[in-house]
Design a protein around this ligand. Sequence first.
Ligand SMILES: [Zn+2]
Length: 518
Amino acid sequence: MLSVPYTPETPVTFATILSRSQQGLDAPLVRVEVHVGSGLPAFSIVGLPETVVKESKDRVRAALANCGFELPAGHITVNLAPADLPKEGGRFDLPIAIGILVASAQLPPGPFAATELYGELSLGGELHSIRGVLPTALQGRRAGHAQIFPASNLAEAALARHGRALGAAHLLEVCSYARGMRPLPVAGMPIVGSAVATGMDLADVRGQHRARRALEIAAAGGHSLLLIGPPGSGKSMLAQRLPGILPAMTEDEALETAAVRSLDGRGLRVDEWRQRPFRSPHHTASAIALVGGGGRPRPGEISLARNGVLFLDELPEFDRGVLEVLREPLESGHIVISRAGRQAEFPARFQLVAAMNPCPCGHLGDPAANCRCTPERIAAYRGRISGPLLDRIDLHVEVPRVSTADISSTQPAEHSAAVAARVAAAHARQVERQGRANAHLEGPAAPGAVRAHPAALALLGSAMQRLALSARAYHRVLRVARTIADLVDSDTVCAEHVAEAVTLRQLDRRVAGTPISV
Ligand SMILES: [Zn+2]
């Protein structure tokens, strides 16, 4: 292949290759400029951090040599412009290598006009996959550019429905393409993939009628949920089944979610791109792991859970400071990360599900377990969750130990599909009425906006006094009641809907001095 000569009409010493950097979900354009000048042989890269430069130089040099090319004699200068953009090294290997080959007249420049190049090179010239392909492909399509990605990233690029995204597995394939000897495969249609994770059906959950009901309400209105129960009662099992009963994501929502996942170190599993995410960080997770950050800001768990579920098991065990940082994104739906003068904004519209034991030993109220937790210790344990955070959780519900009758029951439990159908209908009502889920109604839920009957408001007023509900809790109850009404296709929020919503705020009762009974 190298025997096919390319002879430029005039001597070439300069080349510009397009690529993109990664900044939050943004992928700003980068111009990789390569100049081959006279002078002593040297190879310098400017516009990248020092350590990244060293590694990239070594890889590019070795890959070119192992593919039978020679570094041109002379002074090679590579400039990545603009200089002030944050840049990660690996993805620029391919544009740098191709830039050198074009600037030294070993490849024609034509095939790389209006074409963006991406890929980390192995020493042998193989192209290794990069992170953040989907946001890059979306922006490349908008710019009207062709794009060449590592072949292993092509399925992800296909999600952007970019008809001019190409894949190459090796540097030599890109060279053959440039010489018109061999076309590169084009990204096809996005793979369909299943919208629901397999093996997570509500039919597996025995008993727990109240908790199942709360899960359905949470799904229908987008409400946050706290499950309180002893170990082994099925709190995690219930939480894991929430994504499976949520309404299917629109294509735009699925793309938004996939774009954030694409920035994660573990990368995007393309066959799962239509599945709502379920993220369950451990209680030892740091604030950065939870909300995002780092030198090159990465999305945290709250952003990776975008349009899906963030499950915090053992809620009181989380560092209180870590939990407090959740308050703002819970309200605003996004998070801004500032670091060393740079800002990255990530979406963070997630549904919070938390779980906790009823007491430090976990067995409060279980006659067989002999819980000896004193009221003081129980209060201290629950007090680890701050009032303001608790206020922001719409539903608190008990998940008692499953009874022997429920375990041995031959009555089949309802399947997720049946619950999902009711949820979808209730969700559709909300979208038609107000364009969003009830949990995302802005500001105080005005009684007019939720169409509450006077009797419902009277009941809520007295419950508020009796349980010493905060103003925030009042509006949350009203929104939950709206969802309960939507589940039965009722235009008006009636007293019975409010009554049920109030019973689903179990932890508010302790404020009024009534201990939680499990
Ligand atoms: Zn206990």
